[in-house]
Design a protein around this ligand. Sequence first.
Ligand SMILES: [Zn+2]
Length: 323
Amino acid sequence: MFREVTATQVLLAAASPRIQFAEFTADEEKENGADWLWWWVDQDGTCYGLLAQAKILKSRGRHWSIDFTYRTQGDDQTQISKLIRAANRFDVPAAYVLYCGDTQYRATLECDRAHDGVLCRERDHVGVSTVPALVAETAVGLYGRNSGVSAFHDALPVEDLAGPDGQDEPIVPLARGLAEDLSRFLRQPQRGSRRVAKELLRPVQRIRHGQFAEAAVMERAVPITGTLFADIPNDLGHFSVPYLAHMLRGLRHEVPDYVHDVLDGRTPPAWVTDHLGGIVVIPDADAPATAGDRTPHGSVGQLFPGPPEESRPPGGRRPGQAA
Ligand SMILES: [Zn+2]
């Protein structure tokens, strides 16, 4: 776990001051030490939050994996379901932040899913990327020990989330009779925190379209105070929780008090700090991207050219590198 914690610290130190963060006591015994809250905050206060656990994409020879199913001894719950449940405390969706190295590190990664031009391993900026926990959970169910490659396929570069280069294609949910505000959000292009929510919903919705399960039409999720959309269909599909409500509950009208605490340099209350490694805030998430947004190191994806030592092959060479 501490490799992941270190990777997060390196990332945040380099991405600062574009982003702000507060790290809480690094305690080896702390159960959720690798879980961080990430909040994208727009200029008008609209924001999107995510509980993210750090994971490293590792290789053993040609086999690539992410240890999503890691279990603590004597614990019968998977780490994924624990993460999803931990996110309930903050009423946000659960996700993984994946540290995936550079294209040289990923040289032997073969993904057998369809690609639109660019191979998984050669995509820009995916060195630090994120994937919803619901997508990882589905991947574990479908692909078992190859779930890491599948999740990586669906992962999105963290630095591009609020304003990716690609077009904002409409999302078409299975449930009909959507409230007008939610329908418009899914149909029309978005920026900033709304775009982050939409880009993370997209791979979940894609999975939902592949499932043979009736869409819940009438049932509505219990509204959460302060969320942008009060009226969300409780469609479950084959996910472990109603996926629209889970993914969209992080989208809020107002910045939570503990996020203000981080922005103002105060320590958030114990109910927050006791359960987290820290909080990351990306202010002005809806501001147009400028060259100044880049870290002094360039793309954050370039911060981790290689994997942590333990996942390198014996002899310290990277896959594909000549002896
Ligand atoms: Zn792929």
